[in-house]
Design a protein around this ligand. Sequence first.
Ligand code: BES
Ligand code: MN
Ligand code: ZN
Length: 503
Amino acid sequence: MLASFEVAGELPAGALAVRLVAEGPAPFTAATSLPEHLAASRGFRGKEGDSLVLEGPGGLEALVGVGPAGDFGLPEARRAGATAVRARGTERAIAIDLRGVVSGEPARLAQAVTEGAAGASYRFEAYKSSRESNDLERVVLVVGEGEQAATEEGIGWGRAIAEAVNFARDLSNRAPTDLTPSEFARMASELAGSTGLVAEVMEKDRIVAERLGGLLGVGRGSDEDPRLVRLSYEPDASVARSGPDGRLPTVVLVGKGITFDSGGLSLKPPEGMIGMKGDMGGAAAVVAAISACRALKVGVRVVAIAPTTENMPSGKAIKPGDVLKIRNGKTIEVLNTDAEGRLVLADGLSLAVEEEPDAIVDVATLTGAVVVALGRKVAGVMGNDSAVVGGIEAASERAGEPFWRLPLPRAYRKEIDSEIADIKNVGRARQAGSLIAGLVLEEFVSDRPWAHLDIAGVSETEEDAFEYRRGATAFGVRTLVEFLRGFEAVGEAGRLADHVKVG
Ligand code: BES
Ligand code: MN
Ligand code: ZN
């Protein structure tokens, strides 16, 4: 349960007062208030993430460091909200004083602080026999007279996003035997019902009838049947906007939904299988992101498609050497059954193209190679359209989720030529694995503007830091939401320039 968030003009009684302090030299001047003087003497310098609780003139007070004064933007505000929550100790209510913060956008500021506070107070205790009792109950944002209405609105945005983020975290943190494809579909449909979306779930027979050969092939080794989840959002007439041709633009999100990735017959080693319950983080991200659309008054049509299955070995499993026929008619020779994400995404992207969208964005815990390249705090982004990839980059900055652009080199396309099928699902071992995966996906987006987000490295964290808690991060949800809020269809103008399309 999210804490309650409210606005006030003064620090209320009964809540821990939180003051944001910029980094600087020890403030030993005559004007320094008593707490600052004390703080400095205890080594508090306002470094981002540092905090200190003191007995101030008006009761308990927490100082939260926000780093250098000039750098205070939305990501810093989000981290400050998170640090305030971490500094609270056993207090159940906090009041964050934002009156000194100069911001041209009070609603955005409140959104970011709310996201940070709600993210840091997340707990996953579904499997704990005793619950941690001391939940955060109340967060008050203290702002100036003229900023209260905007702050109220921003809290609403932040809450909707935080609820989406925490929903996606819950899905990824569940044990794999509990979060099966059918359970994923059930939870996604339930969320859709409560957030004003239309949900459609394809069961096995329908998936066969629709010729989703990639999803069926990956699911063949499992005792659990696959599901394909499709959620759709239609904006109310009052918020709908039109693209260059006067039509309502459509964005389709596609998420990889492997509820457990054992590797299949190309079985992973034991260490490689740890964390593979989270191989549905992309599917969770797209479902969560679309669930925030109505609250955020997104002005475009959005469709979320999540092909969902386990990847298991058995006598029925696909074998290296098998050929699968994807929804769009293309065939893929499967030489490694552990490169399964691209097989289910191939069907998902084929379906996305049929929606005739203005943009497609897929999100997937796709490759170990992206973890090697970019580590655990930066995700990869690739695509065929500079407007869509650039839109993701701009959104990612507002969202505080770092992405780094990777190329889709023409010169590497021949690495996935197959002797017997249209393409094969892997290239050469240990060479450009993330780009090869991207090139496989590109075969299924036809000529639609498209971006591919590889979140394999960032979907889980081992640190309790800022807005993250150990476990699933729901990385990508905030970026997708910001992308949808700011989406403008640009049509042909967006195609990647040749110099970006390396090779
Ligand atoms: N789900 C994995 C990718 C992954 C790795 C996610 C580490 C999160 C953390 C994916 O299905 C996979 O197994 N990819 C293989 C592809 C290879 C066989 C071409 C990989 O990256 O090793
Ligand atoms: Mn795999
Ligand atoms: Zn996988």
